[in-house]
Design a protein around this ligand. Sequence first.
Ligand SMILES: [Zn+2]
Length: 283
Amino acid sequence: MAYIRPSKPGINDSWGGHRRRRPPSVEPGIDYNCFIGDDVVAPADGVVHEVKRSTGGASGRAIMLRTGRDWHRGLHLSEILVEPGQRVRQGQLIARSGASARGSEHGVGQHLHWSFWFDRGNAVPTPGLTPTDDFEVFVANPSLTTSTTSEEDPLFTEQDRALLLQIKNELLNTKAGVWTGGKVRIDGIVQDFRYGALPIVAHNQKLIAKQAGQIAALQEIIDQLTSVQNVSIDMGPVRDAAERGTREANAGLLNDVIVEADPDQDPDIDPPLEGGEDPGLGG
Ligand SMILES: [Zn+2]
C-alpha cells in the first residue's frame, strides 16, 4: 500500500533538516505545517500501538502506529481519537495536530512532527534511539513501500525490493548516517562519507559480494533514490567494489568487513537518555 501524508503537505522542516540541527534531533522526522486542531489521518492501514495523552516531555501528546512492517509516531497533538490496539484504515482521522510539549498545550510551535521507521517488523522502535527514516521519500516514491501496488515501476522486482531492504537494514545497523553521510570506521580507518548510502555500500565488500551480478538492480535503486534526494553519486567506487567483491567471492577470499560508527566523530550517535525521561526530540 502506497503511503499518503498524515496531514496537509506543507513542510516546516525536513527529515534532513532535523539531522542538521546542532545538536541533531535524536528522532528526526518531518515537521508538517499544521495548526492546532488540523486533521491527522492514518498514512496506511494499520494498528494503533500506543497513545500518550499527557502533554509532558519533548513529544507532548503522541501516537505510535504500525503499518505492515513500518512504524510511525506523530507528536505535539492536541487530541487523540483512537485507542491502543485499534485497527485504522488509510485516511481515517486518528488525531488532531497541536503544539503540546513540556507539560503545556503550547510547549512548541504548532506543527505535526511525524517520525517514521521503515521495515522494522516486530522490533518496536525506541524513539530517540532507533534511527528513523525519511517519510517524505516513501510518500514521493511508492515503489519503496513494503507491499506491491500496480502503480510500481514494473522493472522494480521483488528481488530488487529484497535487495533494497537488505541494503537498508545493513546501513541502519551501522548507524552511519544513511542519506547525508557521516564518519564511519571501516577496518579501523575512519572515513568521511559525504554522499551517504552508496559509498558505504561500496566499501562493504561482504554486502557487495552478495550483490555480485546485481548492479543493474542497484543502479535502479540509486536512480530512484537520487530522483527524490536530488543528490549526485559517483558510481565508480560501487562498480569497483562490486568487481572486487565478485573476484574475492569467487576466489574464496572474502573477509568480513565491519562498518561501525566512530563514537568520537559520528554526529548521529545519540546522547545518553536520562532514566524515565521522554527523549528530547528537538521539536
Ligand atoms: Zn520535528
